[in-house]
Write a protein that binds this ligand. Structure first.
Ligand code: NAP
Length: 248
């Protein structure tokens, strides 16, 4: 039996990268998966086909996580389709990196809306089914830079630090209802988000990490499955780093 047998898992931003890997792992562990994307319709369709090919239950939804009304409507549709939401994974995220001197108001707002407001939007929407079930697990994809800060990423680091404060608050508010909330702080995970970086810079980063490699999406999805499952029933309000020892 899988770790997530019959649990309904909603993942934002799963058309590629870490979210995609989480969707694949959740279906392997027996979950019914609803996932979202913003613009990668073909990739989302290909993922849905892959997830359902061997009898898995999964459905992709086009939904902008930064839009409050779309998030409420999404959860309504997911509940209609799958009856409830047991696990919410707030994974959708973007970067608009530049030094503060050059950062535009639009770059600030876009990152805060997509990375932080989205977690508010989706968490508000799933609270009702989770309260009804008197159980739930909410997982927010933060980042090590939300803990350490990073030059050139003031908007991104602020959004990821915000997610940690949000996580701890929700854990305190909803613990008595058996709803857990944790954050994951990945380090340098090699995905499309990092694919545009200069190879020489990337190699220097790999060398500076104690485990001497960038992380894989699977490194992150393994922890996500654990936090989604009942194996982590007594863990809430925590931020767990998946970073090869980059941040200690
Ligand atoms: P990625 O490869 O760029 O994928 C981002 C995903 O988010 C895509 O599926 C994208 O959908 C979706 N998305 C973007 N904006 C959205 C919106 N407004 N509504 C719904 N979906 C949206 O990123 P990743 O590297 O897998 O990162 C996933 C998460 O981990 C992010 O929160 C990121 O900040 C965090 N993280 C990543 C790293 C890393 O090193 N990669 C490190 C720390 C934290 P479309 O394809 O449709 O655009």
């Amino acid at each position: 039996m899988g770790l997530l047998e019959n649990k309904v898992v909603l993942i934002t931003g799963a058309s590629r990268g870490i979210g995609r890997s989480i969707a694949v792992e959740c279906v392997k562990q027996g979950a019914k998966v609803a996932f979202t994307y913003l613009s990668s319709a073909e990739k989302a369709k290909a993922l849905e086909d892959e997830l359902t090919a061997n009898g898995g239950i999964a459905k992709g939804f086009k939904s902008d996580a930064s839009d409050f009304d779309q998030a409420q409507q999404l959860v309504e549709e997911v509940v209609k389709e799958f009856e409830t939401v047991d696990v919410l994974i707030n994974n959708a995220g973007i970067t608009r990196d530049t030094l503060l001197m050059r950062m535009t108001e639009e770059q600030w707002d876009e990152v805060i809306s997509t990375n932080l407001k989205s977690a508010f939007n989706l968490t508000k929407a799933v609270i009702r089914p989770m309260l009804k079930a008197r159980s739930g697990s909410i997982i927010n994809m933060s980042s090590v830079v939300g803990v350490s800060g990073n030059a050139g990423q003031a908007n991104y680091a602020a959004s990821k630090a915000g997610l940690i404060g949000f996580t701890k608050s929700i854990a305190q508010e909803l613990g008595s209802r058996n709803i857990r909330c944790n954050a994951i702080a990945p380090g340098f995970i090699e995905t499309e988000m990092t694919g545009s970086l200069d190879e020489k810079v990337v190699q220097e980063w790999r060398n500076s990490i104690p485990l001497k490699r960038g992380g894989t999406p699977e490194d992150v999805s393994n922890l996500t499955v654990f936090l989604a499952s009942d194996m982590s029933a007594y863990i809430t309000g925590q931020t767990l780093n998946v970073c090869g020892g980059m941040l200690m």
